[in-house]
Design a protein around this ligand. Sequence first.
Ligand code: FAD
Length: 289
Amino acid sequence: MARIAELLGAGRTYSFEFFPPRDDVTQLTLGHTIAELEPLQPSFVSVTYGAGGTTRERTRNVVTWVAQETAITPMAHLTCQGHVRSEIAAILDDYRDAGVDNIMALGGDPPADAADRRPSDYRYAADLVADVAARGHFSIGVAAHPEVHPASPDRATDRRHLAAKLAAADFAITQFFFEVHHYVDLVEELADLGVDKPVIPGVMPITNAGQINRMARLSGAALPGWVVDAVGEVDDPADVRRVGVDIATELCAELLACGAPGLHFYTMNRSTATREIYANLGLATARVP
Ligand code: FAD
């Protein structure tokens, strides 16, 4: 397995994000998706972690399966919410022993159901970064919010906290966005604060109109009018996916043209849109040795 900091040092990374399956059927879907994406030779894949530790076992199972059964480098997401220090220490020991070298250290959002909320020793992602970094074993990623985290009082405060967090980590992956200037502005603002660690843009291909509206509401990402119009002009689900792939392809091309150190695809555990974008960008063939 590889450390993502070193992969980024060697060149551009192309990565995919999955969430842990809920049941046997979604587990089969994810297995199928990973089998279809593995030939694209992703630099790494990452697996999300449910709010408040609700997917602790399921995230672990997917991450360790990828580490042990595939040739792909995995990264485990971990959140502050609902964890005391001894639990985080046990989870990190377990990942190290399973050959996992990469951790995405996140604030996390509290579980929607108050009954699922548990005490936490960590308040901000930076607190978790400090504990993971103290191990000396893991390459550490953090989240960046190009359009500003919804809880930040203002843009400058958001960037200041992000710069401090990123200075202690190895790289950031961004929340999704639809217009390249959000990414360019973020990178420039971090540079002005003296931080030049790699910031990998997160790309969410629209595959379903309802899903993207929901995700945008939760993440604070704006859905530009031209995206709403382009998706609104088509009815057939296959046409929605085609429009979504075209929008994402153009965004990826612009990101690569302006020097992004990689592309991270939010796959929603499906492979088709990602494979189509790869083909449109000529990456599928370019990455075959
Ligand atoms: P933080 O860095 O803690 O920031 C949260 C807020 O606190 C921001 O407004 C920040 O400015 C502020 N802040 C930070 N430090 C300080 C400080 N010292 N003092 C005052 N304010 C401060 N969520 C999940 O539950 N599971 C996942 O697997 C997951 N994966 C994600 C992957 C990516 C790539 C991204 C972009 C997000 C992901 N999220 C995930 C969502 C994320 O957990 C939420 O957006 C969360 O609300 C913030 O996480 P953060 O790591 O940015 O938190």
